[in-house]
Design a protein around this ligand. Sequence first.
Ligand code: ADP
Ligand code: SF4
Length: 653
Amino acid sequence: MPHTRAGMREVRAEGGWGVVNTGYCSIHPSSDDAPLPYCRLWNDDDIPVHALMVNAVHRHGSLAGVELWHGGGGTGNKFSRQPLMSVSGISGGSTYPGWINLSQSRAMDKKDIREFRQWHVDAAIRAKSAGFDIVYVYAGMNFGPYQFLLPWLNKRSDEYGGSLENRVRLTREIIEDMKDAVGNSCAIALRFSTDELLQIPGENLQSEAHEIVSMLSDVPDLWDLKSSDWVTETTSARFGEQGAQEPWVNFAKSLTSKPVVGVGRFTSPDMMISQIKRGVLDLIGAARPSIADPFLPRKIDEGREDEIRECIGCNICVSGYHDCVPVRCTQNPTMGEEWRRGWHPERMPSGDSATNVLVVGAGPAGLECARALGQRGFAVTLAEAREKLGGRVSLETTLPGLATWARVRDYRTNLLKTMDNVDIYRGNRVSADDVVEFGCDHAVIATGAKWARDILSAEGYPVAGFAEGAIYTPDDILAGAKPEGPVLVYDFDHCYMGSCIAELIRRDGQEVAIATPANAVATWTFMNNDLHYVRRRMIDLGIAVELEHRLIDFGNGLADLASIHRDADVKSLPAASLVIVGVRKVNDELFADLDSDSDRLSNANIKSMRCIGDCRAPGTIAHAVYSGHEWARSVDQGESAEAMLWERPYLAN
Ligand code: ADP
Ligand code: SF4
């Protein structure tokens, strides 16, 4: 998606990032990560695809970097169908289905190593032709050259195996080859993972990671340090703090005079400055903070820190990668839409200040809609039934580990407070009569959704007839209900809510079990890299787990669960209370009431009435924010606002 990527990266350059990199960029068909969204420099025809992005980045005075990559045995080659190759024919393993390779890798011989080096050089030359300023060697994260570094993968007996000097040889050679080829005009960066190597004692220094940085010290022009594992590197806010990589990278600067860059979901300028001042890093690297706010550096530069749209650490962006679609972001609805819809994260076309818009409901959809309409200059009224703004966000943010999610609300309410053209009415439950009497030009209904008590079996059929009694939904628990233990959480939502509710109740001192028809608790969370942490949390807290079972009955202190594979296999668990985490139902009474009488709307001169967010279709907070933003952009644009560009195969000539 060259236009999508160029559009997305141009905005980051405009936002003040000094260097804008590609994602991982394969140098040869023997390293193919399809269907995941990686890029390629396999031959000269790929050059113009990259030049598009490079030129876009250069237009704003930033440098463009390319993360040249060979995955070795750590990729799949599912598209290219080339045999995998690795240092000794052993690859780092994975237990996640999408990442398990169906074919093992073959050990690289000397000819392979010569070719491997040449592919790096060829790709570097193409990168230079495309205009890149920084060219990467990727010796990290279980990829090609990194596999040579690890003694448990490198079993070679030649000059590339055995001693650390030998294991580092290939990385050194590639950096030097690239320097010879393009070093006169491009910086050569080394992307290097440290955490695994920190655990291996070095010969002269504390660890092999220390030894490697001191051996290669000034060979690369830039050190880019990271964790060896993507799940660890991208730990969500639910399971880790910003700046968590500091212990893995803080030694490097004492061993090289070259600049060191690192990441860490940095959102606080104070934390960034602290790492620089304490000599941990020279340069702040960012994926998520730049996704949530492409203009973060510029806002810091201009003393507008309070306008930073802080990443909440939810990892919806990570799920976009696994879904093989452009990155999506909860906080930044324009992410990935820069080219396709022409959405800019900071600028919006101005609207007519005489046009009145009433937004009902101040959850993420209503808040974003009101904020964006306010920015556009419309006369906006936001009415919310509760005293507290934020809707589901204000509730969910009380769940264990989700405190940062309040930023979705706070970023928007802080901006709304500064807008003279926006009035906010709290504690105001709006009826259809209220809307008609209010007399706006446009009415937006953002009244959300509520968790249902319905049970759907694994096959999708409703199960009815449970004895009324101690049955709760997440809304009840979030409103403060305290179920009596033992509690069974029955989760067929499969996202974060079930495990969060189980954790909350467990921390409240109750015995809790979680049952699900899926083969893992919170099975979707593979997509946002939380799955492993969720499993560990359930173990740590002593929350019993019943997988691949559906709830068929509840009452008299028992919950009956049937195997999804064999109906006759039924087990009973002690359960005084049941929490059903399944489907949500739209709160569309207000919308339906207004929609039932179009004459009433037209008599009141209400030109349009639209339902947005969870009230239209329940989804993630990211869906709700996107929906609110989309409507705010399109209110005066008619159907043309729905238009978007579609990528076509990019033909160079
Ligand atoms: P979304 O995710 O779509 O923003 P939420 O459920 O988070 O939805 O927020 C919906 C908000 O709408 C809640 O804060 C709720 O109190 C409010 N709300 C629901 N019905 C009304 C109404 N009739 N008048 C005003 N506010 C309402
Ligand atoms: Fe941060 Fe969530 Fe946006 Fe990713 S999707 S950048 S984690 S707010």
